[in-house]
Design a protein around this ligand. Structure first.
Ligand code: ADP
Ligand code: ZN
Length: 728
């Protein structure tokens, strides 16, 4: 007979396999042992107590810090057919009384409460009268003053073992420092607990550090490219979080994004709780796509489809950075983590640290900053550095998912550039920062330069062959490589050292990274090989259903589930059951509507789906391309023009072009289709030239430059080939 654990996994949660450690943890929980679970965000902690809750006879009580999120958590369980409730101060007295009756009558399996409830003697007594099978303590690091999120109310939990000596406790957290772990275990009095630590490697996160030059422009460029390359064109609902240091930045960034046509809202401690909640809510419900937040945002946010986390400013520590980036991609799909790094930010933070009264605090803050800067400067795999920070070894020489591994940059003999910089530092008396040196090299006529008479120097204006950001990046690299020092706290200046002198006296050659514009968006992964049109339809349907029920869209189905549907085109309920994330309750409740939509779509597009029974039970990631795109590929092989293909398939030219774009970008070397059939070689050359001059992010200026003879379709196809070859 099938293990009951697996039955429940399939029946309620709609999954067929466990994530790493889940099964071991659950087996141990069923033995009623105390357990400590350390798992990164997205690791699947909730299942570790929710599944046993369905096997235990009594009630599982979950302590959770955020009242605002309890409702969503409970809604999620109810949608899976798991009887759950929460009790907190947002409810009326009558409602609480009703819920308590339900609990007493054993109709409920999971109860969510906030820890402060334990101080109420009457409530404590009530709990003692229930048959409690397990206490699960979510975000348990909140109990520790050493954690990044200490909450005094969590201290109440110290008394659990005393008041309920026979009830096992499961403490869960994603905070990895050993100090916090020890704290949790000792405060909760769990000396004998079994400890489970999952790897902190978040495989689906793509880490990248970019020099912070014109950050707003860089973000816009990222968003635009994302839309273009991922063919998101009209769909604006691809969620992301942008973190910044100050409230002011958060407000102004959100406003700018709004005026550029993005739905963005700020989130910070300067807003009233009502506005904050409202903004958070709208983000969770996919009504806005971007939250621009100070670090006050994010804990406990279960939103699984955050596709990117951008650090506009330097975070304070690696720990914080890891937590914040960790909010991307909980659903396991590829997501981007971009940090904009500048030495200016570093000095700003140092300035703040300087103001700290307590010497110990100051030292700790400096240490954290130093570690973070080292991480940003390093040319070693980001993943390796991050995991090493948490004491985990990562041996893979190429993680394939960070800027260092994926974009190893070419080096060139940069001796002359280095000499220009160092000589300029020398001639200006080692009294200036990078910005000023670059200005001198570029021959700027700024007041300051003229006053200092630096326009008379030999190095004045000798640096016109590179752009300002390029010179800045050379200087950064020289600092990293130790060819020049940076000294002074508030206004750091460049100083020569032994190595500088070797370069200046021609005794040492310097190799620098060849300048190039960084690519923020990578080629779409294999996990983007789903039928995007169908996905959008299903997503719209999901949103309607979610709004009707007043729950966040992910409570109905996750993106991963919709993507899988858009790969397999399930045609009946038994097909639908095989899609990951579809349990019995959801199949009953939404199955019919979903199937209708899919069947109609298949008829319209003449798609003959393969039986879902053939599907390997895996995430959609490694699955073949959707068949609508394959059909287009077939037509390509018949040498039809785009117009003919569109006609033959009854689709618009734009849709065919988007299929071709995907084929070009996804398949690279594979069954590459040649754009030569669609765009003549001369035209290709001229289009590429125009892109090189005007950038690839906006089509209109390129179109205007080239004139009537060139169509948008042609421009899009060439852009796709350039994106594939990384010519951006
Ligand atoms: P955590 O609390 O550790 O951040 P969650 O419990 O929110 O993680 O789970 C992260 C995501 O993974 C959720 O979308 C959840 O539905 C999904 N998930 C959890 N366990 C499994 C599993 N065994 N198979 C597939 N998806 C899972
Ligand atoms: Zn790497």
């Amino acid at each position: 007979m099938q293990d009951p654990m697996y039955d429940i996994l399939q029946k309620y949660f709609g999954y067929t396999t466990f994530y790493p450690l889940q099964e071991e943890i659950i087996r141990e929980a069923l033995k009623r042992r105390d357990i400590f679970v350390l798992m990164p965000t997205g690791g699947g902690k909730s299942l570790c107590y929710q599944l046993p809750a369905m096997i235990f006879e009594g009630i599982t009580i979950v302590f959770s810090p955020l009242i605002a999120l309890m409702k969503d958590q409970v809604d999620g369980l109810l949608a899976d057919g798991i009887p759950a409730v929460f009790i907190n101060s947002s409810l009326s007295y009558e409602e609480i009384a009703k819920r308590r009756r339900d609990l007493c009558s054993n109709a409920i399996k999971i109860l969510y409460i906030a820890p402060e409830r334990l101080v109420m003697p009457e409530f404590l007594q009530f709990l003692q009268g229930l048959k409690v099978s397990l206490f699960a303590i979510d975000e348990s690091h909140c109990i520790s003053e050493w954690g990044h999120d200490f909450r005094p109310e969590y201290r109440q939990l110290k008394t659990l073992k005393e008041k309920f000596p026979d009830v096992p406790v499961m403490a869960l957290t994603a905070t990895a420092t050993p100090r916090v772990q020890e704290d949790i275990i000792s405060h909760l009095r769990l000396p004998e607990c079994r400890v489970f630590k999952a790897s902190f490697n978040r495989k689906n996160l793509y880490y990248q550090i970019r020099p912070k030059e014109h950050p707003y422009h860089q973000i816009l460029q990222y968003l635009e490219t994302r839309r273009a390359v991922l063919a998101l064109s009209e769909a604006k609902n691809d969620s992301g979080i942008i973190y910044c240091q100050s409230r002011k930045t958060a407000d102004s960034l959100a406003a700018s994004l709004q005026s550029d046509g993005y739905r963005a809202l700020p989130y910070h401690a300067g807003l009233t709780p009502e506005v904050r909640n409202e903004n958070q809510e709208r983000f969770i419900r996919d009504d806005v796509e971007i939250i621009v937040a100070t670090i006050a945002f994010g804990m406990g946010i279960d939103k699984p489809n955050v596709r990117y986390v951008i650090h506009y400013d330097l975070p304070k520590s690696i720990e914080g950075y890891y937590q914040e980036t960790g909010r991307a991609g909980r659903d396991g799909l590829r997501s981007d983590c971009i940090l904009f790094f500048s030495y200016g930010d570093k000095f700003k933070i140092e300035h703040f640290i300087e103001q700290k009264e307590d010497e110990k605090d100051r030292e700790a803050a400096y240490r954290q900053l130093r570690e973070l800067v080292q991480y940003c400067e390093s040319h070693v795999c980001r993943r390796r550095v991050l995991l090493a920070y948490f004491g985990e070894r990562y041996e893979d020489p190429n993680c394939g998912h960070c800027d260092v591994c994926v974009e190893p940059r070419e080096r060139f003999d940069g001796t002359i550039a280095a000499q220009k910089i160092l000589s300029c530092v020398y001639r200006t008396g080692e009294r200036f920062g990078a910005q000023y040196i670059v200005d001198v090299l570029q021959g700027s006529e700024s007041q300051k330069i003229l006053q200092n008479r630096h326009d008379t120097l030999k190095t004045y204006g000798v640096g016109k062959e590179y752009s300002k950001p390029q010179w800045q990046s050379f200087i950064r690299e020289l600092i990293q490589l130790g060819y020049v020092d940076l000294s002074g706290d508030k206004y750091p200046v460049l100083k020569l050292n032994e190595k500088s002198r070797k370069v200046l006296s021609q005794k040492e050659q310097v190799f620098l990274t060849k300048p190039e514009e960084p690519r923020l968006v990578q080629k779409p992964d294999a996990d983007d090989r789903y039928d995007r049109e169908l996905f959008e339809l299903l997503r719209a349907l999901r949103k309607t259903l979610a709004d009707q029920e007043g729950v966040p869209p992910y409570v109905i189905f996750h993106d991963t589930t919709l993507k899988e549907m858009s790969i397999y085109y399930p045609q009946n309920l038994s097909d639908l059951h095989r899609i990951s994330g579809v349990g019995e309750r959801k199949a009953d409740k939404y199955g019919e509507l979903i199937l209708q939509e899919i069947i109609r779509y298949c008829e319209q597009h003449k798609i003959k789906p393969m039986p879902v029974a053939d599907k390997r039970f895996e995430s959609p990631v490694k699955q073949p391309r959707s068949s609508t795109i394959l059909t287009t590929l077939e037509l390509c092989k018949e040498n039809l023009s785009i117009g003919e293909m569109a006609k033959r398939r009854g689709l618009s030219v734009t849709t065919i072009v988007s299929h071709l774009e995907k084929l070009i970008i996804n398949d690279g070397a594979g069954e590459a289709i040649s754009v030569d059939c669609f765009v003549s070689p001369e035209k290709q050359e001229r289009i590429k030239q125009a892109y090189k001059e005007l950038g690839m992010h906006f089509l209109t200026p390129v179109k205007e430059r080239l004139g009537e003879e060139y169509s948008y379709e042609e421009l899009r196809l060439i852009r796709a080939t350039m994106a594939r070859k990384g010519e951006e």
